[in-house]
Design a protein around this ligand. Structure first.
Ligand SMILES: [Fe+2]
Ligand SMILES: [Fe+2]
Length: 264
C-alpha cells in the first residue's frame, strides 16, 4: 500500500492556521514510531496465536478432536489478554489519538469505521474461545483456527492503512513534542490493561525499549523500574508462557498470583 500525499489540500482542516509543514521536525523514522510498535505487538500476537492454534490442531486430528483441559485453559488465558489489549488499542485511537488528529486533519473515515468490523470478529472469537470443550465430539479448535485467520486477514490491512495514511498525516500536521504528549498519556494510562504495555515491550525487545524508545519519547529511565519492568515480567510469565505451552504441547508450570513461576 502506497503512502499518501500529505500536502494534498483535502487533508487540512484549516491550512492557514495548521499547515502540513511539520515533517522535517521528525528525527526518528516512521518504523520507530510508537504507533507502529503498538501494531508490531499486535502483529506478533496474531502470528503467535495462529502458530499456537495450528500446533494444537495438529495434536488433535486437525482440530476435530477435543483437546486437553490444560490446552483450553491456556487458550482462554491468552485470549483474555489479547482481547483486553486490542480493545485498549482501539480505545486509544478512538478516544485519545484521533480526536486530537481531527483538530487539524480531515481524518480518513475508514480508519475508524474499520474498528466496527474488527469488534465483530472479536465477539465471534470470544464466543468460540468460551465454548471450547474437552468433552464431546468436536473441540471447536478447527472452527477457531478458521475464525482467527479471518480476523487476522482484516486486522493486518487495517494496521497497514493506519501506517500508510494516518501516520504520515500525523507527522505532517503535528510536531514530535505534541505527539509525544499523546504517547505519554497512552503509555501512562493507569487504567490500561498491563498486557498492553507488556506486549508492547516484549515484541519490541527490552533493550530496544529501554535504550531507544524511552529516550526517544522523553520517558525518564526510572519509569522502567517503577512501572514497565513488572508489566513485561507479567506478560512473559503469564501470557507468552501460554503460547509456548500450546506450541510445544507441554502443560505450563503453575504460577503464583504475582506472575512469577512457582517451579524453577
Ligand atoms: Fe485502528
Ligand atoms: Fe491501530
Amino acid at each position: 500500500m502506497g503512502s499518501i500525499d500529505t500536502q494534498d489540500a483535502r487533508w487540512a482542516v484549516d491550512a492557514a492556521t495548521f499547515p502540513a509543514d511539520k515533517e522535517a521536525l521528525w528525527k526518528h523514522p516512521m518504523e520507530q514510531d510508537g504507533w507502529m510498535h503498538a501494531h508490531n505487538a499486535l502483529r506478533g500476537e496474531l502470528e503467535g496465536f495462529e502458530q499456537a492454534l495450528a500446533s494444537t490442531a495438529e495434536r488433535w486430528s486437525g482440530g476435530t478432536k477435543p483437546p486437553a483441559a490444560w490446552e483450553i485453559a491456556a487458550i482462554q488465558q491468552w485470549w483474555a489478554a489479547h482481547e483486553a489489549h486490542v480493545h485498549s488499542h482501539h480505545t486509544n485511537e478512538d478516544e485519545i489519538f484521533n480526536p486530537v488528529m481531527k483538530e487539524r486533519i480531515s481524518w480518513p473515515e475508514k480508519l475508524e469505521t474499520d474498528h466496527e468490523g474488527l469488534v465483530a470478529h472479536l465477539e465471534k472469537l470470544k464466543g468460540l474461545v468460551g465454548a471450547l470443550s474437552a468433552e464431546g465430539a468436536s473441540s471447536g479448535i478447527a472452527e477457531l483456527c478458521t475464525a482467527w485467520s479471518a480476523y487476522k486477514d482484516d486486522m493486518l490491512p487495517h494496521f497497514a492503512e493506519e501506517e500508510a495514511q494516518g501516520l504520515p498525516l500525523c507527522r505532517a500536521f503535528f510536531t514530535p513534542k505534541e505527539v509525544g504528549e499523546i504517547v505519554q498519556r497512552i503509555l501512562g494510562n493507569p487504567d490500561a490493561p498491563k498486557e498492553e504495555m507488556g506486549s508492547f515491550i516484549h515484541y519490541m525487545g527490552e533493550d530496544h525499549f529501554r535504550k531507544v524508545f524511552m529516550p526517544q519519547e522523553g520517558i525518564p529511565f526510572f519509569v522502567w523500574f517503577l512501572d514497565f519492568k513488572a508489566k513485561l515480567s507479567y506478560y512473559r510469565t503469564r501470557i507468552i508462557s501460554q503460547l509456548d505451552a500450546l506450541k510445544d504441547g507441554i502443560e505450563p508450570a503453575p504460577v503464583s498470583n504475582d506472575g512469577w513461576c512457582t517451579i524453577s
